[in-house]
Design a protein around this ligand. Sequence first.
Ligand code: MG
Length: 383
Amino acid sequence: MKELACYAASDASSRGRRYQEAAPNYRSEYQRDRDRIVHSGAFRRLEYKTQVFVNHEGDMFRTRLTHSIEVAQIARSIARILLINEDLCETIALAHDLGHTPFGHAGQDALNRCMSDYGGFEHNLQSLRTVDELEQRYADFPGLNLTFESREGILKHCSLQKARELGDVGERFIHKQQPNLEAQAVNLADEIAYNNHDVDDGLRAELITLESLCEVELFREQYETVLQSYPELTGRRLIHETIRRIINLLVVDLVETSQQSLQKANPANIDDVRSQSSPLIGFSEKMKSQSLELKRFLRKNLYQHYRVHRMTRKADRIIQDLFDGFMNDIKLLPPEHQQNVKEHEANSGDTGKARAVSDYIAGMTDRYAIMEHKRIFDPSELT
Ligand code: MG
């Protein structure tokens, strides 16, 4: 393996863990972080959480789990070329969506509304909360006790008010600093992954068409190039051949643009990266605008499609009903969660109670939330 660049995250320059631990044997600190994520319960539940399509709509669609794996794949490729820390990229990618509610963004918006009087709900913060507090697996500490750099990457954004409450990982939002390069790479790998797999899933679900997609320059150019080389190609192979070329184009553009930015800024170490006024990993201006055009297309034609919207409304109701139900009568909760809610209420009143209820709901998979809703509100359902 090639040596890492001086600006990459490394065990030697790490700001360490919240609870001190002996260095791992035969693994790097970030490998250990990655392994802890893979063994966590929250990671396994990603399999049954929605990306855009609800899990039971079909076996071929992306879930949060396969999405996270695709993000990790793209981020690791970028890391290897830029000589930044591949294990840290993988850790952040596999953890970046751990805090998502059931039913994707619809679920997050609903839960945020429910929590408006109690500090709100934000999936990024919840991902951090999951690795810092909610996972209970180790004898010596709560949470997964990840390194600062992994936690820094998981917390992609947050409000100034929250930043002040968060301590170390919140500081960069107050001082307008950048996260490590690995976090920057994952952030854009996330964007590359979801734009492309949403095109793929949208076509598969027949919510968008190839004709309409050809309005988007980034898609049209690759689609036409494929057809020029393979005039006979049709169906899934044509779609996939087009999408894989778009992914490649985006990654190559990102790597080359970032190499130029790194050369210009010439950071000597990870703290130099953090003190830059803007991220060093990024797309060229041309690619930024092409990618934005694709995003806009997906927002208008896929995320706001009436069939997606119907599911959104259902998700909204399920989350709202569950939240109101549990807040009004905590005896509806399974015993261990009842206990947890009581403890939080004793410590910090209604705000604590609501946070514990929100943790329970946020941790649910799509199918669990649907079942729980039935068990509580459908009189014909056995509990
Ligand atoms: Mg994501």
